[in-house]
Design a protein around this ligand. Structure first.
Ligand SMILES: [Zn+2]
Length: 228
């Protein structure tokens, strides 16, 4: 799936689970976890290797990372864990498959296709419609619950949104790892990517602007002191 589908599924799961568990939720971190496995695309690009859908899409690796967090933070980690594993156990499992879910114990590949289903590739109209539908539902809930406001409030934790901006949202909107820009191949999905791009950029900009002000905001008073 594209970033939009991953983030929508993670948001819906995270929202439902945090409500059921009565725990607080940091939406930027939740969204970043949902796309984090795909940083292997950037690794492949930089090194010429081919590890996509390998170690970063492994349930074993996810457990190794999350067990200490479960021990330390308890059940409030559950929505974040669901966001991460939904990437490969739901989204990529249905679309594309070829997942090394049990790396490093086994390099066998898994997915709906491997289980005998038809192969659904990422540009299949079924996937494009599915992602647009998920995006519509997630965005409606984001609006109705006022969760969107989190992107307009400065918060240092929101700086994690630089990760999806740089690794998945910008590249796939421009075209990488595909030959054409999404704007030409799946325009509505491209607009959904741009929606998240703008929202995340606002959050990063607001946070950086506040940090800059805190760091250098005293300058005005200093000057007044010197000139006075
Ligand atoms: Zn993936």
């Amino acid at each position: 799936m594209f970033a939009v589908g991953h983030m929508a599924i993670a948001y819906l799961l995270g929202k439902a689970s945090s409500k059921a568990l009565n725990t607080k939720l940091n939406i930027p971190i939740l969204l970043v976890l949902s796309i984090l496995p795909d940083i292997d695309i950037i690794y492949d690009l930089l090194t010429g290797a081919e590890i996509h859908r390998g170690p970063t899409h492994s349930i074993i690796v996810a457990l190794i990372v999350f067990v200490p967090l479960f021990v330390y933070y308890g059940r409030q980690v559950i929505p974040y864990f669901l966001a991460l594993i939904s990437h490969f156990l739901i989204a990529d499992f249905i679309i594309g498959g070829q997942l090394q879910l049990f790396w490093p114990l086994s390099s066998a590949e898994f997915g709906l296709y491997e289980l005998g289903s038809v192969y659904i590739q990422i540009f299949d109209p079924f996937n494009i419609m599915l992602e647009i539908g998920l995006f519509a539902v997630a965005t409606t809930i984001l609006y109705r619950t006022s969760d969107w406001k989190v992107f307009f409030r400065p918060n240092k934790l929101s700086l994690v949104l630089v990760i999806p901006i740089a690794t998945v949202l910008l590249p796939s909107t421009i075209g990488y790892p595909f030959t054409n820009s999404l704007l030409f191949t799946a325009p509505i999905l491209a607009l959904a990517h741009i929606f998240y791009l703008v929202l995340f950029s606002v959050a990063v900009y607001k946070t950086l602007a506040k940090m800059y002000k805190e760091q250098f905001g005293g300058g005005k008073n200093d000057l007044a002191f010197i000139s006075g």
